[in-house]
Design a protein around this ligand. Sequence first.
Ligand code: NAP
Ligand code: F7E
Length: 373
Amino acid sequence: MKIALITGITGQDGSYLCEQLLAKGYVVHGMIRRASNFNTQRLDHLVSDPEVYNQRLFLHHGDLTDSSNLNRLLERIGPTEIYNLAAQSHVKVSFEVPEYTAEVDGVGTLRFLDAIKEAGLQKRARFYQASTSELFGLVQEVPQTEKTPFYPRSPYGVAKLYAYWIVVNYRESYGLHASNGILFNHESPRRGETFVTRKITRAAGRIREGLQECVELGNLDAQRDWGYAPEYTEMMWRILQQEQPGDYVCATNEMHTVRDFCQNAFTTVEMPLTFEGEGVDEVGRDASGNIRVKVNPQYFRPSEVELLIGNPEKARRELGWEPKVTFNDLVGIMAQADWQLARQEKAARALQQAVLQSLNLAGMGTTTKMFEP
Ligand code: NAP
Ligand code: F7E
């Protein structure tokens, strides 16, 4: 029987991977952090299914900063495949919490690998590490491949660099079937709302529905190779089905600016933008001349990764993996989903307003402002 253990199962990638493994007939165990509120929204459809939850999907509390629970989990579960997706995954936040990021993203990976070795699971369990294009940072060649030298540009990138090499080291030293997926940015309607793509598609939908005036962004010139998350989680699985472990770039080999992403997203919600001005004075205006996108230096990073574009030739050759969802498809999927959410939010607000008015309490509603890095 195939038994998978996923850390970071509550995240974007963890939730897609979980669905895919269940569909392939796996028993899936997920490690989740204890929180004061439920943090399983991306898994709710599975957790509320009595034929799945506690039958083929099991959740366990744990944290990559705590090795005692990792040891216990491995002993109890005896996984055949381990996907280490847990991380403090926000690059800008890593400048604010660098030590914690190193603990979780760097040393956390070592804790896991060592727990596998100590539990004597190195012959039974295959290990996938969520490595990243942030390793390339200040890029040394274009496009980047498995052979491109690394030059990380953030505490996140540096922590993931340690994780990358400790995976290689445990593979070479102890014969672990341990692999790195060097994944370029991948997005979806489940993407966290403070990553730039989702921030833009959320804003486009809300602005279109009159729930928000404008969105403030940082570096509009940054260029990324953006793919569709479910295709990338499928690749994680393919890596662990290989006879031999290895390291693979996972990307589309196509690059776009943040500004392109904005233009595409606002066009999807039928509100095309025209950009004018430069640097911090650049703005995006709608057809009526209203400013819908502004630059706010608050979102600049102390050191920036200006461009990333990956060549996934090795993955195509050895894994038969090829992305199908194009940049335009991806923006369309996300912007349509968030437009729909905005419509629902508008309808819910109207209902709330009607109820408050009928109770003669109008004006007592609260508004929340999201804290955003
Ligand atoms: P995500 O949505 O931010 O999910 C991160 C997951 O890690 C969440 O489940 C989070 O739990 C969990 N986590 C955070 N700190 C933890 C800790 N100390 N102990 C245990 N769990 C912890 O990230 P994602 O986009 O799915 O990415 C998955 C992995 O791929 C990450 O390692 C990321 O660094 C890497 N990666 C992502 C991309 C990308 O473009 N998405 C590209 C390359 C690599 P909570 O839900 O409780 O916060
Ligand atoms: O930024 C620029 C920002 O935060 C992309 C993580 O999944 O992918 C992700 O890291 C670009 C950067 O993703 C805003 O400066 C402009 O150049 O969406 P992001 P990221 O930093 O590329 C890699 C591969 C990972 O491994 C990470 O885990 O967009 N940008 N304006 C902005 N970024 C944000 N967040 N917010 C803005 O307002």
